[in-house]
Design a protein around this ligand. Structure first.
Ligand code: HEC
Length: 160
């Protein structure tokens, strides 16, 4: 009698393993819910980023066109005065936004806004890099050339 009893699974243990299984299922549900929340939040952040900052960003897939003479002069001036913040080929850096970007297309930021930016600086409004200080030592003629360079890059990359 005693032996047979021992070979059987005691009732208590069977039900406790059922409880364990239930607890495990609960845990899996929690993990699934947590995962869904994470995916949702990440997706939302990406959408947010996309809509407000990154949209139209050409980044590393940039096309560099054959520049006109004016744009080539502008490139040299850009690399002297703007590249630390606006990055190689105006694709942005950790200190400033890309200018080869949809928000800087001619209808949104006309050529005058480039001259004003260099002369007066820019109060941060589109990005989170902080203010752009006025750039010393560049003339309006210099900025016109720089603008030409940026426009040719924008054009080659389908910004306008
Ligand atoms: C010290 C870093 C820095 C330098 C150097 C710099 N910029 Fe900027 N620039 C910025 C930042 C940051 C912004 C974005 C401000 C914002 O909208 O949040 C900006 C914005 C701009 C804008 C947009 C203006 C607007 O009306 O929104 C233009 C155009 C521009 N820069 C042109 C230039 C040119 C041309 C040069 C070189 C002559 C230059 N920048 C040098 C940091 C810099």
């Amino acid at each position: 009698m005693k032996k047979r009893h021992n070979t059987r699974r005691p009732r208590g243990s069977a039900s406790s393993s059922r409880t364990k299984r239930k607890k495990l299922t609960d845990k899996l549900y929690l993990v699934a819910i947590a995962a869904a929340v994470v995916v949702g939040v990440v997706g939302w952040l990406q959408w947010f980023d996309d809509d407000h900052d990154q949209h139209g960003d050409v980044g590393s897939a940039l096309t560099v066109p054959a520049f006109t003479a004016e744009a080539e002069a502008g490139q040299a001036l850009f690399e002297e005065n703007c590249v630390t913040c606006h990055g190689q080929n105006a694709t942005g850096s950790d200190q400033g936004p890309p200018l080869v970007h949809r928000i800087y297309e001619p209808n949104h930021h006309g050529d005058l806004s480039f001259r004003l930016a260099a002369r007066q600086g820019v109060r941060a409004h589109h990005w989170k890099f902080g203010n752009m200080p006025p750039v010393e030592g560049v003339s309006d003629e210099d900025v016109i050339k720089i603008t030409r360079y940026v426009r040719e890059l924008q054009k080659a990359n389908g910004i306008f």
